[in-house]
Ligand binder design. Structure first.
Ligand SMILES: *Cc1c(COP(=O)(O)O)cnc(C)c1O
Length: 372
């Protein structure tokens, strides 16, 4: 039935047949059933984040891909006289800096190497040195490399300094605990089609209600106005503009499947098992991982290109794709890497099948194994 290629990418991803089947309906955006489903999705999202409305949190779906969710937060919650400190160690952190610049929001990027995490003392000092910084943003799992940033440790520093904390948890939410309370997160952003394994179409913001209400008057965009989106959903149960009804139907089913797998812990277990197969198997083939194992999230892994003259990534990619396996090019500026994602409806047997295909393709390309 499922003749599609397997997607070893960080989204869009391979989804279950049942998630795809859930979309075979046309629901009106004002339909009672649809409104009830959106309400239920919002409640269940808070549970995935480990918080509730009683704790002071709100879940806000926002039309568009994950980037639209990040831009919604960045453009909506930083006041006109605010300033953003962005912890950057990859392309998604750089994208947030770009957003702030486009929005004319003063931004201080704090960069470190793409296979490293930030010096926390440097963060502490930067916040002490610049009292105008109102918000700090970091990417949880930097999908550029799969490096996992320590949001709890960062968040404690941010809270202690009395600043607001924003986390791009796009590729971790649903599979790595969100630590909303321990990390003091005010705004966390994710997407329908990463670890929750829905289809693309909307982003998710988990917001502390107090921080959300404080943002009144700061929105720089009409359609991405986060507070207005929340108020619309609260007042009428409806989105302000056409909702992605089919993506929401798929997401409702994806949340049921997350529950059936044992929630965040259950999903983490499968992804960890997938990652272990890939990490071991690629090491056996001689590939070198870019991120040290202790900083690597079990989501996506970057591998150096082999140095062998016969290796060309384009050729490697196309041959794997012809066999039904879609991997992901690198996004690093300085190092030649490619990436293998292990999220989505993929199991250890799929990881093993990919490794067999990689070995076969290296043979076809006359690249000796183990590669170097
Ligand atoms: C996928 C991703 C995004 C958003 O990507 P879209 O293509 O807009 O969905 C943002 N940040 C991170 C860390 C991501 O992994």
């Amino acid at each position: 039935m499922n003749a599609d290629k397997l997607l070893f990418t960080p989204g869009p991803l391979t989804t279950s047949l049942t998630v795809k089947q859930a979309m075979l309906r046309d629901l009106g955006s004002r339909d009672e059933e649809f409104i009830a489903m959106v309400r239920s999705i919002r409640e269940r999202l808070l549970a995935v984040a480990g918080v509730s409305q009683t704790d002071g949190f709100e879940a806000i779906p926002m039309q568009g891909s994950g980037t639209f969710g990040v831009e919604s937060v960045i453009s909506s919650v930083i006041p006109a006289d605010g300033k953003l400190l962005a912890l950057v160690n990859g392309a998604y952190g750089e994208r947030i800096v770009q957003m702030a610049m486009r929005l004319k929001i003063p931004v201080v990027p704090m960069r470190c190497a793409e296979n490293e995490t930030h010096d926390l003392d440097a963060l502490r000092h930067a916040l002490k040195a610049d009292g105008r910084i109102t918000h700090v943003v970091v990417v949880h799992c930097e999908t550029t490399t799969g490096v996992l940033n320590p949001i709890a440790a960062i968040g404690r520093i941010v809270s202690k300094a009395g600043r607001s904390f924003i986390v791009d948890a796009m590729s971790s939410f649903g599979a790595i605990p969100a630590e909303m309370k321990t990390a003091g997160v005010d705004f966390l952003i994710s997407s329908a089609n990463k670890c929750i394994e829905g289809v693309p179409g909307f982003a998710i913001v988990i917001a502390g209600r107090a921080a959300l209400l404080t943002s009144r008057g700061s929105a720089r965009s009409l359609s991405l106005d986060l507070l207005a989106q929340w108020e619309g959903l609260e007042k009428t149960g409806q989105f302000r503009y056409t909702p992605p009804t089919h993506a929401l139907l798929a997401f409702d089913q994806a949340l049921k499947e997350l529950d059936a797998e044992g929630g965040v812990a259950g999903r983490a277990k499968r992804y960890q098992a997938n990652h272990t197969v890939i990490a071991r198997g690629m090491a056996e083939l001689g590939f070198r991982a870019y991120v040290p194992a202790e900083k690597q999230a079990p989501i996506i892994t970057a591998f150096h290109y082999p140095a062998h003259a016969q290796f060309s990534f384009e050729d490697f990619y196309r041959r794997l794709s012809d066999k039904g396996f879609v991997i992901y090019p690198g996004k690093l500026t300085k190092v030649d890497c490619f990436r293998i994602g292990n999220i989505g409806r993929l199991y250890e047997k799929d990881m093993e099948a990919l490794l067999v295909a990689i070995r076969g393709v290296l043979g076809e390309m006359n690249v000796p194994v183990p590669v170097a």
